[in-house]
Design a protein around this ligand. Sequence first.
Ligand code: MF3
Ligand code: CO
Ligand code: CO
Length: 283
Amino acid sequence: MTSYLEAEVLPARNTGAIRLYDAEAFEGMRRACQLTARCLDELANIVQPGVATEEIDRFVLRFGLDNGALPATLNYRGYMKSVCTSINHVVCHGIPNDKPLRDGDIVNIDVTFLLDGYYGDASRMYPVGKVKRAAERLCEVTYHSLMLAIAEVKPGAHMGDIGAAIQTFAEGERCSVVRDFCGHGVGRIFHDAPNVLHYGRRGEGAEMRPGMIFTIEPMINLGRPHVKVLGDGWTAVTRDRSLSAQYEHTVGVTETGCEVFTFSPGGLDTPGLAIGGQHGTAR
Ligand code: MF3
Ligand code: CO
Ligand code: CO
């Protein structure tokens, strides 16, 4: 059975209960998530052929510290960087290193800032130089699947509606949905209940209630859905080495629908793609 409780009464760890946040917490999430989104906006000017992902890591750390925030991934379960940078067939949790990005790469940059007790978690794909049409199309399919999922978020809907929307669309585009990683409750805790699956069936899973805050972060592959984690214990790659893309937004359930906390203030939700980022934050 799912249990729902006001966020303040729950201990500061993932207990399996779904936290319901109040208006003050929504304001805290707006601030943390907009800082994350501004950092991702800035990165659009930095990502280019020849730049090493370690330079991106240094930028994210500096940007956070300059703005009173800490990168949540730093020292998280042994992860030692301020950001994840996942290139081409890397599905997620790519570790920044000194290798330069190359013309034609697609890289996911996933930033989470902890600001005044709230976690803002978002990621976007960045095309490096000129990329192949297949890579661009994968990014478009992935972002569109995320927006279709966000359109499902409202009180009374079910978490399975999110997964069903993503899976139906992505598979209809001859892509596949990664099963091994999911979105998550977020707020005063980085990774909290519920798990947000990116596949599944309409009507299944917990019912959405106002005050819930979670991420949706589909990982979509051009080939098969299967992944493996490399010897570093973090880097997840597609088993068939096909390209993988991911976008992530943090959203809150409102009385009437949802608020996307991590929309780009600069119109850069899909940097480098012909499709525009979506705008507005509330409905
Ligand atoms: N930001 C990632 C997410 O979307 C989590 C990264 S955890 C790390 O949930 F340790 F890999 F950095
Ligand atoms: Co996340
Ligand atoms: Co993230």
